[in-house]
Design a protein around this ligand. Sequence first.
Ligand code: NAD
Ligand code: GLY
Length: 363
Amino acid sequence: MITVDVELGERSYPIFIGQNLLNKAELLAPYIGKGRVVIVSNDVVAPLYMNKARQLFPLQDVTQIVLPDGEAHKDLDAISHIYSILLAGKFDRNTLLVALGGGVVGDITGFAAATYLRGINFIQVPTTLLAQVDSSVGGKTGVNHPLGKNMIGAFYQPRCVLADTDVLSTLPQREVKAGLAEVLKYGLVYDAKFFDWLAANSRGIGESDSVLLSQTIRTCCEIKAEVVAKDEKESGVRALLNLGHTFGHAIETASGYGNWLHGETVAMGLVMAADLSRRLGWIDIEVARRIRAVLEENFGMPVLPPADVSVEQYLDLMLSDKKAESGKIRFVLLKAIGEGVVDGDIELSLLESTLTAGENLCK
Ligand code: NAD
Ligand code: GLY
């Protein structure tokens, strides 16, 4: 097992990464507290892992909440459903919420924990690759609104994160690839050597080789822990971790939540960000081509945005992006592989060229 620490003063916490961790109740014991435990999951993950997860709390009174699966249910109704069960059951401030699932369950549960009785403790037990490398770490919690992705939420850190890599064996291949988009993001924006390593090991990683996957999760968590420790609430460097997301969130919202996987729209957004960086003259065309090739050919990701999102829709949705300031969309772009920058002064004609490039992105 590997432990990566997120250093945030009194809110510091460990990320435990390894095999068979759902059987290691002793790991969680220091983080449980003295109250009742509520495990929140969904109707896909609960049948697979709820019984095992319950055994992590052998001495506690455990309640389970099973939400409907999917991004389309990451909304205020889910939050309200959790509040209703907690209030009806007279759950007090010592209650511990446990998020057992992917990023959707993690974001919902974290937000419920941040707001119930003005804040109760929670633990992340991420069960997708995306959640193990990104969403369970760093304390971004929240839900979608029909007018925008992740628009309602709070920064609220978990007490610890337990990432059991064995659970990835049941994850559909499409979901593994979606998680790898967030993985490649770290390399592109922060660590060129990691990007090269991912490209060189794409076959083994794509086949879910357990050693390579564990190494991948560890590196991502180390990068995320470092960035979050520097800038917990995203007033600076943390914004870089949104590479591809300004485009991706717009596609996700315009297409209807759940039609494209979050990670798939991130993959498209990474290629669009590379394309725009190239149009600005910040990276060479060969670099942009390589980025597209690694995503599309090495990892088999969808990289072309859907043709039915208009420029007007993109601009409207991107202006609601959380990074937008004073009516300006701020993009995370690349000066090189491994070097991201945030810029809010992009010439509209260049942006429109990227939004309409289609098959010609990065070509
Ligand atoms: P998800 O939670 O919808 O999970 C993907 C699918 O896999 C679901 O159908 C789920 O039920 C299923 N599943 C989960 N674990 C499984 C397992 N072990 N075996 C079989 N099936 C399993 O999606 P996701 O990709 O994990 O997360 C995407 C969400 O995360 C988005 O809402 C995105 O906005 C959010 N996100 C948040 C952050 C953050 O910092 N908070 C970062 C990145 C993404
Ligand atoms: N997923 C980007 C962040 O947590 O900041």
